[in-house]
Design a protein. Sequence first.
Length: 236
Amino acid sequence: MAEDNRTWLVRAIVQGVFITLLATALGAVFSARVTEAIAPPTCDATKDLASLRPADQEASSSRDPEHDSQGRELTYGADRVVDGDTATGWAEGAPGLGLNESLTFHFDHPVALSLLCIVNGYGQSWPLYTRNPRVRALAVTASQDEDVLAAAPGQQRVLRNVPTQGGDTTPDGAANRLLTLTDAGTQDHVAVFQTAEVDFTDVRTLTLRIVSVYSGVTVDRFPDTSISEIEFWGSP
């Protein structure tokens, strides 16, 4: 009888330990799935957001084209930030470090824009990344008027307000965000997508204006602030 009692006790202890471990494991899995489900979308996990592509893009200035050692033309226009290649990019062409230079994107219909995924700097190689300035802060302006930023000097336009979730709205009805980017590139991983939440709705025109930069750090540095790639995520 005593032997039976000991066997029963050992079995009960083993079963109790097994049930406890199983409950802990299931709880950890459930907790991880809940955390993942409620986490906001990021560039690594865009969830149910759709990739949005501008119909057109333009830059306030761009570095002049040049040729590489094999005679191939290298260009640095606005189209280079939406070509799907992090080894190319926009490089502004204004004097100095490009403060107030901008990229403008036009959508062919109003979109709800949730995320921008931005590769800061010139991501082709570590030497080019460190020689070119990178963006520290961007002023982002969204409007329903697709032509507002292409208006001739002195031409007046009336903009309709863009509904947003938070942020500031200018007197002319455009919606603003200030985005801060990190100097995220490393020698082992130069092209790093950074998540920038914007939460704009009914957007036809989006402008990104350089507010401040990280300067190039080498002696033979370039003055052209660069962005390699921008992805747009939201709802069409």
